[in-house]
Design a binder for this molecule. Structure first.
Ligand SMILES: Nc1ncnc2c1ncn2[C@@H]1O[C@H](COP(=O)(O)OP(=O)(O)O)[C@@H](O)[C@H]1O
Ligand SMILES: [Mg+2]
Length: 494
């Protein structure tokens, strides 16, 4: 069942229950007050159609009625009637006695009121004793008694009392008032229904349409201003969802693009050495190297190209595993000062053989600087950077400087060389996979362009940062920062 239908039903139900309660309360109250179950039915008639006279007046009326029954001649006695008239006058009521339609007595208050014209016809059975008459916007409640004098002449006895116009008016208006109340009740319900429909069902409808858009893959739309309620919160969540979804779709497209690029790079980088190898083998098959020296040169080339390919495949393999977060880091607490110093000493011999001067600048203080790192993988980071410094050295005086500093929260390793340098526009890209700053991909270096990409992945796996600064022609600095373990503990404690 739709919400709209449910709302309609519940409002109708509320309306019915309200009416039921209203009438049942009215019923029980009148039953309790009048002590009669039929009271409710009579209630309106007695109180609103027939207007009872006040008790004092009614008593006088009953007295006269009794007299009229017992000894009608009493009502012919002027003294008695004057007496009754006076007593009634103190209660603001008036008396009218008729004998055969002749006025026997008429209170002074009725002097200029032609009540006679309004009187009901003579009725010996006295079916209706009380009623109201109207004369020139003035209302009179009366009680009457029709009787017969001894001689059989019809006699009539009337006690009048003027009603305040307001009381009469409200009596007349009561049915209208109740109907108005009922209409108001219905109207309120209708208004509430449309209000709730507008504030709940319509926005929901809007949300549904938006969801429909999303289903069709259409993510570029605005849902509109959110109302300030629960539905508004839903709007906000929905909007957030749309943006996330959009971002993820865009990321997927980007990823797809990357994958294509990666594939073409890999094929290219594998194809190049393979073509060379093929060429050399064909040469051997055709007997081109006709001396043992030439043959040795051919075989050496083939060997070195195979090595290139092997290395490239290893790097690719590692990179793809890092990319998929499949390299399990085995983190340990290491003293980075000792670690870097050991690494430098390990490397010193090899580097000096290649004509490099290795310079160390590590804090001399004895206390250890603990960081959380995977020693194996971190060594790969440093090696990849040093390998670049070696590869891109272009001066006869070759220097590599290894520096270790710290801030309160980070340890920063700097590897600085005085090589070729990197153009400013390439600086941000050297950490992208397959990126090589030289224009020609078939460069003398023969690198894969994966070294720094791998380094970056590993450093990020450690929660650290890696960046580079360079002065083309002067040299390059690559910086790695790692969180200090002690500072982390402090952060954890505080
Ligand atoms: N120390 C450096 N001096 C000059 N250029 C560098 C240096 N380190 C990196 N580069 C540039 O960054 C590029 C990417 O480096 P890398 O990812 O290690 O790939 P590869 O070494 O296989 O070329 C290099 O091709 C080179 O152009
Ligand atoms: Mg490299």
């Amino acid at each position: 069942m739709s919400i709209r239908m449910k709302l309609l039903l519940s409002y109708t139900w509320t309306l019915l229950v309200t009416l039921l309660i209203f009438f049942s309360i009215a019923f029980f109250v009148t039953a309790a007050v009048t002590g009669d179950v039929k009271g409710f039915r009579d209630f309106y008639r007695i109180h609103f159609s027939l207007n009872p006279l006040p008790p004092a007046v009614d008593n006088l009326y009953l007295e006269m009625k009794f007299a009229a029954k017992k000894d009608p001649s009493e009502l012919g006695n002027p003294d008695v009637m004057v007496d009754y008239g006076n007593r009634l006058r103190t209660e603001k009521a008036s008396l009218l006695v008729l004998k055969n339609d002749q006025i026997q007595f008429k209170s002074y208050a009725l002097e200029d009121v032609p009540v006679q014209a309004l009187l009901p016809p003579y009725d010996e059975r006295n079916g209706t004793l009380r009623n109201t008459v109207e004369q020139d916007k003035r209302f009179y409640a009366y009680a009457k008694f029709d009787f017969a004098y001894r001689d059989g002449t019809p006699g009539r006895l009337f006690v009048f009392r003027e009603l305040s116009p307001f009381a009469e008016l409200s009596r007349r208006l009561l049915p209208i008032w109740i109907s108005l109340l009922f209409i108001m009740l219905v109207l309120t319900n209708v208004l509430l229904f449309s209000f709730v429909t507008r504030s709940v069902v319509k926005p929901l409808e809007k949300l549904r349409r938006s969801a429909e858009h999303i289903k069709e893959g259409q993510l570029d739309f605005q849902i509109g201003t959110a109302p300030r309620n629960e539905i508004g919160q839903l709007y906000t969540s929905f909007e957030e969802m749309r943006l996330k979804l959009k971002a993820s779709v865009e990321m997927r497209l980007q990823y797809e693009e990357n994958r294509k690029e990666l594939l073409s790079n890999i094929s290219h980088d594998l194809k190049t050495p393979l073509t060379t190898i093929k060429g050399y083998i064909e040469g051997i098959r055709d007997g081109v190297p006709n001396t043992p020296e030439k043959m040795a040169k051919y075989v050496d080339t083939i060997y070195s190209k195979t090595n290139d390919m092997d290395r490239l495949i290893d790097e690719l393999f590692l990179y793809s595993k890092l990319d998929l977060n499949q390299v399990p880091f085995s983190f340990q607490m290491i003293d980075i000062k000792r670690y870097v110093r050991d690494f430098a000493e390990e490397l010193r011999f090899d580097l000096e053989n290649r004509g490099f001067q290795l310079e160390l600048a590590i804090d001399e203080s004895p206390q250890p600087w603990m960081v959380r790192a995977d020693p194996e993988q971190f060594k790969r980071v440093l090696s990849n950077i040093i390998a670049n410094s070696v590869k891109f050295a272009d001066k006869s005086d070759r220097r590599i400087r290894l520096e270790l500093k710290r801030t309160p929260s980070e340890a920063i390793v700097t590897l600085r060389d005085n090589g070729l340098g990197i153009p400013a526009e390439a600086l941000t890209q050297i950490f992208d996979r397959f990126y090589r700053a030289e224009v020609s991909r078939n460069s003398r270096s023969g690198g894969s362009g994966l070294g720094l990409a791998i380094a970056k992945r590993i450093v990020e796996g450690h929660g650290g940062r890696i960046w580079a600064e360079s002065e083309p022609g002067e040299g390059t600095s690559v910086m790695i920062s790692l969180q200090m373990a002690d500072s982390k503990e402090e952060v954890g404690k505080s």
